[in-house]
Ligand binder design. Sequence first.
Ligand code: SF4
Ligand code: SF4
Length: 78
Amino acid sequence: MNPSKQSNVLIMVNRDRCGVCGCCVPVCPPGAITLHDACLEVDHETCTECMKCLPVCPTHALYEIPAKAIGTSGGRVR
Ligand code: SF4
Ligand code: SF4
């Protein structure tokens, strides 16, 4: 956790596309991606914006948006 973290991009999950296969969880170096009750969650405070998760998703459910697009500089968005 780094409360002063300033995000440039946020990794988002398209829940209509996500099959909750879990493939993206182990490729995330800081462990920012977790599964809770069959629901994928990305902790934006932990995410280092390395983008390693994006290409592993078989359904292209993960995508990035500019952090300023939703007016936050970190934190958890579900
Ligand atoms: S961009 Fe990197 S750190 Fe962020 S959720 Fe994806 S794999 Fe994890
Ligand atoms: S790899 Fe894609 S489909 Fe699988 S859990 Fe992650 S976001 Fe969902």
